[in-house]
Every structure is written in C-alpha cells, then in structure tokens.
Design a protein. Structure first.
Length: 290
C-alpha cells in the first residue's frame, strides 16, 4: 500500500528554535507505526501539524495524496481520528451520551456507537456518568470517539500516560487490533507500548527523525553492544558512571546491571541479546556507547 501521510521538510520553529526540524515522512496505510522519542522530542507538535492544529513554519503535508490547505482540511481530516492530550468530556453525561454528541459533530449515525464501544470494551460502562470513570476508562472513551466514522488514519498521542499497568496492557491490546485496515500512528515515550504492536518504529530526537525501521531491524542495530554483569553496590555505582544503563535489578546483596558498551566492560560481564528498549537507548544515545 502506498503512503497515506507524506511530509517534505516539515518544520516548526518557535522563535529561532526548531521543535520539528526538516522531517520527511512516507507512512503507508494498513500498519501500526510506533512514534518513539523522549518528552520534548517534537512528537506531539508533529501530530498537531498533521491535524492542522499547528501551522508549519516550513514544509508540506500530504494526506491521501492531497496537500492540506484551508479549503480541503476538514474534508481530508474527516477520514482521520485522533486522541491528542486529555480529551474533554461532559462529566454529568454518560459515556454513550458523550458519544452521541460526537456523532452529531462528526455527522456520523448513532448506530456507530455500539460498534466503537465494543472495540474499546466499554459496553457495560456506557450508561455510567463520565465523572465516575477512571482515567483508563476516559482514555478508552476518547479512543471510541476517535473511531467514530471508521477513520482510515488514527493518530494517538501518549494515550497510556498515567494509566496503571493493567489498564495500559488493555489499551495496548486494543491498539494492536486496529492496524489491519487503517494507519495507526502511536506517539509515546514508553517503549513497551509499541514493542509488540508496531509494524515499524519511528524514533525522534531533538526535532529530527533519526530512525525509521522495523522493530527487528532496529533491535539488530544494538547487537553486540548489550552486556549484563553482577556487581556489588559499590562496583555498580562505578559501572553506572561509565556506561549507559539499560536496566538494574537486585539479586540478593548484589545488583544485576544491563549496560551498553562496544567492548566487554568487565571480566565478569556476559553479552546478551538486545531487546527493543536496549535498541531505543542505543539509538537515542546517538550510538556513543563507551
């Protein structure tokens, strides 16, 4: 499938600082893209430009082969659903009643409501007042609203932020089921949110796209650079000052440390297979491992 989102030299500057810096995207439909990067990397600004909520300083955006402008923006975006920041609701109304309002705004028949409630697994909570919803339920309701009209593009910005582990897993599983017939672009700084769902990973750092790879290819970039070593707390402190640390866990009185290094960092270290979190750290550290 050809690209449904194309950007050329897309840039957003605030005064002299480029928050998004000359990014070129070619993103096909029918896939889930994980959009990774630390807070402040420019991910949210990029998504807002794609939605026309922020005006680019430079560059061009095409969606479905058409460049977005003031005349066609609403027509193009009618095929796009989004969950950007915390969605606003009428707390005194039920979840279903809130979705009825969204149906009116989107000119979507109300028969859509039961379909999207089923997708986000909220049929049993639909008549409950939103003011009584948990954060996870509110996010799932926001996703249901985004899915009204069955959009071909779904843009999600940090949808699992602040959720407890159980709700995060539930949300991830829902997202994994959505990429068969649409593009899902999931922006997050939590690697585990995309580890098992994404067909491809975009990594953004300081306003630039620094990687666009499949998860397996991205993992291979860190191959040969990930090590584990067991050390005393004092030794561990020294090791953590010398090397980028992927993970630390307690083993009795010692610590098991997972680190990045070009060469064997210790006589007691063993090389291990990298995972996506290792690769993400390796890439965002600009491959400047010790």
């Amino acid at each position: 499938m050809g690209p449904v989102i194309v950007t050329d030299s897309l840039t957003k500057k605030y005064k002299t600082k480029a928050v998004v810096d000359q990014i070129d995207l070619r993103i096909p439909g029918g896939s889930i893209y994980g959009f990774l990067g630390p807070n402040g990397a420019g991910k949210s600004t990029t998504l807002k430009m794609l939605l026309g909520l922020v005006k680019p300083t430079e560059g061009h955006i095409q969606i479905f082969g058409k460049e977005i402008n003031s005349k066609n923006r609403l027509t193009i975006l009618s095929e796009t659903g989004s969950l950007i920041e915390a969605p606003a609701y009428y707390g005194h109304l039920s979840g279903k009643e809130n979705l009825q309002i969204v149906c009116t705004l989107k000119n979507v028949p109300e028969k859509e409501i039961q379909r999207v409630l089923h997708i986000v697994r909220m049929e049993e909570q639909q008549n409950k007042k939103v003011s009584q919803y948990s954060l996870g339920m509110k996010q799932r309701l926001g996703l249901a609203a985004a899915l009204l009209g069955n959009p071909k593009i779904l843009l999600l910005d940090e949808p699992t932020a602040g959720l407890d582990p159980k709700e995060r897993i539930r949300f991830r599983n829902i997202i994994s089921s959505l990429g068969h017939d649409r593009l899902v672009l999931l922006s997050t700084h939590i690697v585990s949110d995309v580890a098992n769902a994404a067909d491809r990973i975009l990594i953004m750092r300081r306003g630039k796209i620094i990687e666009d790879q499949t998860p397996d290819t991205l993992i291979q970039t860190a191959s040969g650079h990930v090590w584990e070593v067991t050390a005393s707390p004092r030794e561990a402190e020294s090791i953590q000052k010398q090397f980028p640390v992927c993970n630390v866990r307690t083993e009795g009185e010692n610590l098991r440390i997972r680190i990045l290094s070009r060469n064997c960092p210790s006589p007691h270290a063993s090389q291990v297979q990298p995972d996506l979190e290792d690769a993400y750290l390796y890439v965002t550290e600009n491959r400047e491992v010790c």
